[in-house]
Write a protein that binds this ligand. Structure first.
Ligand SMILES: Cc1ncc(COP(=O)(O)O)c(C=O)c1O
Length: 404
């Protein structure tokens, strides 16, 4: 018996797979350093936890409305007003199971079979799969100048009569690159003029460094019922709440209604327990966000300065997120092979760049304790540098380099 086309062509998420492999090795007592992870390691805010616990303790946990609990939507409305400068109406907001689901429902709502979804590359691993699942065509676009930020011209050159939407993720996973205010203005005006949807994956929008500030798309257009923009966001990264699975979409009410209908018939809505937790995080004490951002900025600097000492490595300092996307092609043109070597030989987990659309690169996360970053990079250097001493100790374990 045959699986459907979608069933046959769906691919495992490489990031989740790496987490699984790293967790298995760790459970076996292996001294893993996980530079591949996509989640902050801090604790969820107390305001989130106490709200969730109170609802759970009531033992009355019911279905949520398909577009989300009123309280969570109100929290998102307030957040949107604070960080985007517009105040959506309740029917312009939907709460979803992580921002991932909001992205998928948005793609499902606006793209038909064979329609094209354009996005800058390097890009997050799931965009392509999501487009494929609705029969649409993913069009990742690399920058002509070889950098991490395809220009408006690079993107516009790929627009055809089948193009329905452009999807932006700024700052970007995996590169950490942030688009300028000037670019955002251009892309907002361009998509509006061309009648294209603009989907903003803003999941990292406040994890920025060097005093950079998030740019709101709504600085350059009205947010009304004719607006072509869908903003996606969530609590996973900013509040260290990846496991709670709460995200949201802000868009015109026609889009939101369609997305909520899809949600109603598939997962109903996120659990009210985690929705209430998200409302707690969004409305509660915010000092944890800034503390995490500062810690990440320090980790980014440590990682950057240490990686810079590897000969031949090409490195761009990320503006935001918690990822560094480094060009390791002088060491290996095959990023899967290189990532496997690092995991196997020195127990350092990193993500191969090819999964994000750029071969020869590795994505290294700096959302782990600074000490582990230092140790991880020391091990990478040892594994790749033929001039390093032949032996390395990891705890009691003596490694002898026999692969260079
Ligand atoms: C660019 C990007 N978008 C969306 C998500 C999904 O986040 P969540 O579903 O946890 O809100 C991730 C998670 O890694 C991501 O990196």
């Amino acid at each position: 018996m045959k699986l459907s086309l979608v069933g046959r062509s769906s691919k495992q998420s490489p990031t989740l797979k790496l987490n699984e492999t790293a967790a298995i090795l760790k459970a076996k007592g292996e001294p893993i350093i996980h530079l591949g992870g996509g989640e902050p390691k801090g604790k969820a805010p107390l305001d989130a936890v106490t709200r969730a616990a109170a609802l759970l303790n009531s033992a009355e946990v019911r279905y949520s409305p398909p577009d989300g609990l009123v309280e969570t939507k109100q929290a998102v409305i307030r957040y949107t007003e604070e960080f985007y400068g517009v105040r959506p109406k309740p029917n312009q907001v939907m709460i979803s199971v992580g921002s991932k689901q909001a992205l998928f429902f948005a793609i499902q709502t606006i793209l038909d079979q064979q329609d094209e979804l354009i996005f800058p590359s390097p890009h997050w691993v799931s965009y392509q799969e999501m487009a494929k699942m609705v029969g649409a065509i993913a069009v990742p676009v690399l920058a002509e100048d070889g950098g991490f930020k395809p220009s408006l011209k690079d993107l516009a050159d790929r627009v055809t009569s089948q193009t329905k939407a452009i999807l932006l993720n700024s700052p970007n996973n995996p590169s950490g690159a942030l688009y300028s205010a000037e670019f955002m203005k251009e892309i907002v005006e361009y998509t509006k003029k061309k009648g294209l949807y603009l989907i903003m994956d803003d999941i990292y929008h406040r994890l920025l460094y060097d005093n950079k500030k998030a740019v709101s798309v709504f600085d350059y257009t009205e947010f009304d019922e004719n607006c072509n923009i869908i903003v996606i966001n969530g609590v996973s990264k900013l509040y260290a709440m990846t496991g709670f699975r709460v995200g949201w979409a802000v868009a015109n009410s026609k889009i939101i209604e369609a997305m909520a209908n899809i949600q109603a018939h598939t997962n109903s809505a996120p659990s009210p327990i985690t929705q209430i937790a998200a409302a707690g995080a969004l409305n509660g004490i915010q000092s944890g966000v800034e503390a995490m951002r500062l810690q990440l900025e320090n980790n980014r600097n440590v990682m950057y300065n240490r990686l810079k000492t590897l000969d031949g490595l090409h490195l761009t300092k990320p503006d935001g997120t918690f990822y560094m996307f480094a060009d390791f092609s002088t060491y290996s043109k095959d990023s899967i092979k290189l990532a496997n070597l690092l995991l196997e030989k020195v127990r350092v987990a990193v993500m191969p760049g090819v999964e994000f659309g750029m071969e020869g690169y590795l994505r290294l996360s700096f959302n782990i304790p600074t000490k582990q970053i230092i140790e991880g990079i020391e091990r990478i250097k040892w594994a790749l540098d033929p001039n390093a001493p032949k032996e390395l100790y990891i705890g009691e374990r003596k490694l002898v380099r026999d692969w260079l």
